[in-house]
Design a protein around this ligand. Structure first.
Ligand SMILES: [Zn+2]
Length: 391
């Protein structure tokens, strides 16, 4: 299944370069870009889970017992065991997944990137609406930076909505919840609870694109409403190793259920506990696997999402080959364990039960998703669509 000899792939690659200049006309309007095959006719929603804390292939594809749920998803889709990445630090490496370019952010990791993210491109170039792109992050202030770049033609007006799980479930929020108790079926009580909860939300935990603000009462009610739903499942009290990631995945699921976005990004980072503890790192891998399995099952049980939703999971980079003196794993030895990662992708337009033999790159994910939604690879994106995913 080496796609390089496939004539349709060659035609696609030629066409994608030739039509990149036609973006301004709007991709859907062009009717398939001059005869290019439509790669994603069935996919309406994508959930992109980025392990932004460094995870090796060895503890995932190499140890199926750690990740029974990811193995299940791989069986329903594609496992790619050869995914090359650039080790440019956590923020730069994770951002590279979202921009399709290797992003070297250096030490100033509190600044936004300069090249448009997947979210911005879909909003500007594919006509997605403000509620179509969402990001759920456990990466705090830095995680919010994945929502948009500082590119002058894209940027804040085309940003993803961001929910920061840890910020949402803040102390004030919990106090209000405790005072009210769990929501009751009667709507009057629930309305009052929602109103109080909305007031206690940390505005910093919710970042909406320009033009949408928290002053919009309907938006507040919807956000508070689904947070409340999550709370009844105990989301606010998730603690322990991987607790931040678990919240981000559960918040992501609630976003999916309530807002039904076209693209939902989830960035996780608790794996990075590996610096100090290999065992803690494996524990996070297992816990995140459970949560991703829960997310996957919820999608399969949802009439409106099943058969229309793709799930893609990959790390930003791996980790060192050898344990450090703390019995942990750093990320800096430039070994294959660090630079070769994996990807698991399942969705209605992807192959089923396949192992992708092609060597691909983490920066190929962004142009793949753009192509899935009808946007040819822009000239300033280094990555290329992963055609071997498509059946
Ligand atoms: Zn680290």
């Amino acid at each position: 299944m080496n796609g390089r000899s496939d004539p349709s792939r060659r035609a696609f690659l030629r066409g994608s370069a030739a039509s990149a200049g036609a973006l301004a006309l709007g991709p859907r309007a062009l009717g398939g870009f001059g005869g290019l095959p439509t790669l994603g006719p069935k996919t309406e929603h994508v959930v992109l889970v980025a392990f932004a804390g460094g995870v090796r292939t060895r503890e995932v594809l190499g140890t199926p017992a750690n990740v029974p749920n990811l193995m299940r998803i791989a069986q329903a889709g594609v496992a790619a065991p050869k995914v090359r990445c650039a080790n440019v630090g956590h923020y730069g490496a994770a951002l590279s997944i979202f921009t399709g370019n290797v992003e070297v952010m250096g030490i100033r990791e509190n600044e936004r990137g300069l090249r448009p993210t997947l979210f911005e491109r879909l909003r500007r170039d594919a006509g997605f609406g403000a509620s179509d792109v969402w990001l759920s992050t456990s990466s705090g202030a830095q995680g919010r930076l994945f929502a948009h770049s500082d590119h002058p033609d894209y940027g804040a007006p085309y940003a993803a909505n961001v929910l920061d799980g840890d910020g949402l479930f803040n102390v004030e929020f919990r106090k209000v919840l405790d005072a009210f108790g769990k929501p009751q079926p009667d709507s009057e009580h629930e309305r009052a609870t929602l109103a109080r909860l909305a007031q206690s939300l940390d505005p910093g935990a919710i970042t909406l694109p320009k033009g949408q603000t928290l002053a919009d009462p309907e938006q507040i009610q919807r956000v508070a409403g689904f947070v409340l739903d999550g709370l009844t499942g105990g989301t606010s009290r998730i603690t322990g190793p991987g607790g931040g990631d678990a919240k981000a995945i559960r918040v992501g699921l609630e976003i999916l259920r309530v807002f039904r976005p076209r693209v939902l990004g989830i960035t996780l980072q608790n794996h990075d506990v590996a610096h100090g503890s290999f065992n803690g790192y494996v524990e996070v891998i297992r816990r995140n696997d459970q949560e991703i399995g829960r997310l996957w099952d919820a999608i399969q049980q949802d009439e409106q999402l099943r058969d229309k939703t793709a799930v893609i999971v990959l790390p930003e980079f791996g980790r060192d080959r050898d344990l450090n003196e703390r019995n942990g794993l750093d990320h800096g030895d430039q070994s294959e364990e660090l630079l070769d990662v994996f990807m698991i992708a399942a969705g209605p337009d992807f192959r089923r039960g396949k192992v992708l033999r092609d060597e691909v790159r983490t920066i190929d994910v962004c142009p793949t998703l753009l192509r899935l939604f009808g946007v040819p690879t822009p000239r300033d994106v280094e990555g290329r669509p992963i055609l071997g995913l498509f059946g």
